[in-house]
Write a protein that binds this ligand. Sequence first.
Ligand SMILES: NC(=O)C1=CN([C@@H]2O[C@H](COP(=O)(O)OP(=O)(O)OC[C@H]3O[C@@H](n4cnc5c(N)ncnc54)[C@H](O)[C@@H]3O)[C@@H](O)[C@H]2O)C=CC1
Ligand SMILES: O=C([O-])CC(=O)C(=O)O
Length: 416
Amino acid sequence: MATSSLALHNVSCFSAEHVNAGTPRIQSSRAAGVFLSVKSSQSVPLNSFCGLKSVGACTSTNLHLEGDSLALLQSPPGGVKDLERMFTPGQARAAAYKVAVLGAAGGIGQPLSLLIKMSPLVSDLHLYDIANVKGVVADLSHCNTPAKVAAFTGAGELAAALKDVDVVVIPAGVPRKPGMTRDDLFNINAGIVRTLIEAVADNCPNAMINIISNPVNSTVPIAAEVLKAKGVYDPSKLFGVTTLDVVRANTFVAEKKNLRLIDVDVPVIGGHAGITILPLLSKTRPTVDFTPEEIEELTVRIQNAGTEVVEAKAGAGSATLSMAYAAARFAESCMRALDGDPDVYECAYVQSEVTELPFFATRVKLGKKGLEAIVSGDLTGLTDYEQNALEALKSELKGSIEKGVSFASNGATVAV
Ligand SMILES: NC(=O)C1=CN([C@@H]2O[C@H](COP(=O)(O)OP(=O)(O)OC[C@H]3O[C@@H](n4cnc5c(N)ncnc54)[C@H](O)[C@@H]3O)[C@@H](O)[C@H]2O)C=CC1
Ligand SMILES: O=C([O-])CC(=O)C(=O)O
């Protein structure tokens, strides 16, 4: 062991990626979790790498980063140098934030909870589901990472699960089967989200809310209406999680153009279903030239990537592992923003005025109070292809938003 490479000791670090996006220069958020290869031949003190360590446990001189080992992440433009800078002493954060996962025993909920448990920013992790959550907690609680995990089962324990939580992540609800659209999930998931958001409003009205449950294009407007009715709506705290679209766009573009995965950043705007998912390939960083055929092929693949997984799983559900990865990244970005990191940017589906639609996904800047700014510049200078696609998505997205708003206004309730 003393002479071998200590690959995959994890050092969870979630930091900013610098992205030149015209003027002003902006930065987009990096992904969740850094997996470092550490060569013991470089005199790494072994006790620095026993289990999860916050960033302060490492120094720039005792790390050797191997590019391939960072494949889970996007990288800062300075590559290894910037990564080393991130691991300098003094940047350690105390575990401070309470996170609740609602739907924690599900296909997304379980791996998502594991990834959140790995974050050094989390002090308490509350896992809520209508069933089977005790086993998940018993299992997860054996991991020697700082976050304390607790189980909450059924409606009677929902309030306790949410009390004073800082970030609520909601993957509760049914997933698609082949042949279904996300909108086909509306009848079941709309009621689930409404009931859960009512409890959020009552117990942690200041929390940052990350909604994963589909159809996101409708469940986020539902959540907004519920929060309004409770008198606690803060648009800067409500997010539809579209991070998976960005993760996929980055992956597919890197593969197609033979780029290092960790270098690629593609903003994805609009919503989270079919043609409402609009990758802005012209704004890919680093700058890349695409043929019209490549643009068409990549755009369609990114839009249909969820269906690709649904069909491959052949009735066993939809994307879970990649979604857990994407949601952990977004949740971590929320916590970094709460923690005062001034450079946290993510794409998310939020209340917005960048188009005539009341909700729209764009890059947003996250800060201590939630959404601090919308990066509206992404909508300027679009190619004709992107502009046409933007106009084409609006009527579908408008319909999904109105469907959510009208559901939330009609007053019916669903038991949890
Ligand atoms: N936003 C996105 O990019 C993505 C969204 N999704 C959506 O995430 C949702 C969950 O997907 P999976 O985890 O694969 O489904 P799953 O069926 O494996 O897990 C859902 C979990 O929610 C729980 N649940 C159901 N009703 C609940 C309630 N009232 N309160 C608390 N928990 C409840 C279930 O017991 C189950 O454990 C689906 O709606 C799916 O379409 C999936 C992938 C990507
Ligand atoms: O496709 C689905 O049903 C799940 C989802 O939202 C995705 O994978 O993007």
